[in-house]
Design a protein around this ligand. Sequence first.
Ligand code: FAD
Length: 282
Amino acid sequence: MKSLLAFFAKRYIAGTERKDAIEAARRLGSIGILATIDHLGENVKNPSEAQAVADEYLSLLDEIKTSNVDSTVSLKLTHLGLDISNELAEKNAGKIIEKALLHNNFVRFDMEGSAYTQRTIDIFLKLREKHPNVGIAIQSCLYRSRADMELLIKKGASVRLIKGAYKEPPDIAFKDKKDVDKSFEVLMKELLLKGNRPAIATHDLRLINEAIKFVRENNIPKDCFEFQMLLGIKRTLQKKLANEGYRMRVYVPYGKDWLPYTMRRLMERKENVFFVVRNIFD
Ligand SMILES: Cc1cc2nc3c(=O)[nH]c(=O)nc-3n(C[C@H](O)[C@H](O)[C@H](O)COP(=O)(O)OP(=O)(O)OC[C@H]3O[C@@H](n4cnc5c(N)ncnc54)[C@H](O)[C@@H]3O)c2cc1C
């Protein structure tokens, strides 16, 4: 089963090593697409592991600079010790943001399951008071996101809007896909109008076309926002948007801890589940 998942993961992951991610970012750059590199992993349980993850990000930022690829970095606070303490995650993230600032680079906090939403926003806001080069992700599936977005817009924060990849209970999240999509559309328009360099992160063609129509109608310049997609998904559309002059950034994950990320990609599309199930019984 693990080797079948490893085969499935190849489509979504640059490789296990930092150099694989740099190479993927370079390939994207050659066709006019920007990158954001993520070192895979989450929910680390001891401080030395969290420290090693922070060190890996520091080396990654150095390598992005020396290799001259156009890439920011994305990270998860539980990868940096949030399950151990807020202070540890904040300290580790702070070091990465400071190094990124030195290199004129940018750090985006991914958003994890709802148990971490408030703490991620709190740590983000604290660090952003000191450093302008950090952004956050907000999930349209959560009821609270409207209020969170309003606050983040007021603070001038850069938000990546996503639908949300974690299974959430019905008392806090929309369950019907139509409602998640509707919420995305409402938040997206709000962000495009009032946000600070927002990222519209979806592969949903209807929402992408809606964004394009909306920016045209409201004379929002193409360099004031960007589209983001995941490595291995809708590659033709990524190229098309870049060719049309939109800022297009692709999320490039790498590392040995690829299973949880792969499982989320697997579960968000029934064709992917069928693919794996079919191959188990093949
Ligand atoms: C740049 C980026 C960063 C992200 N960061 C986070 C984060 O920090 N936290 C978080 O919770 N989620 C994150 N996500 C994942 C996101 O929440 C969604 O789970 C994911 O993007 C699928 O939703 P969708 O918007 O593409 O819409 P959907 O309606 O799910 O998909 C639209 C279409 O895209 C294609 N598609 C979608 N998923 C797949 C797949 N796995 N394999 C193949 N085709 C697919 C299909 O054609 C589908 O019809 C991120 C997504 C992107 C693009």
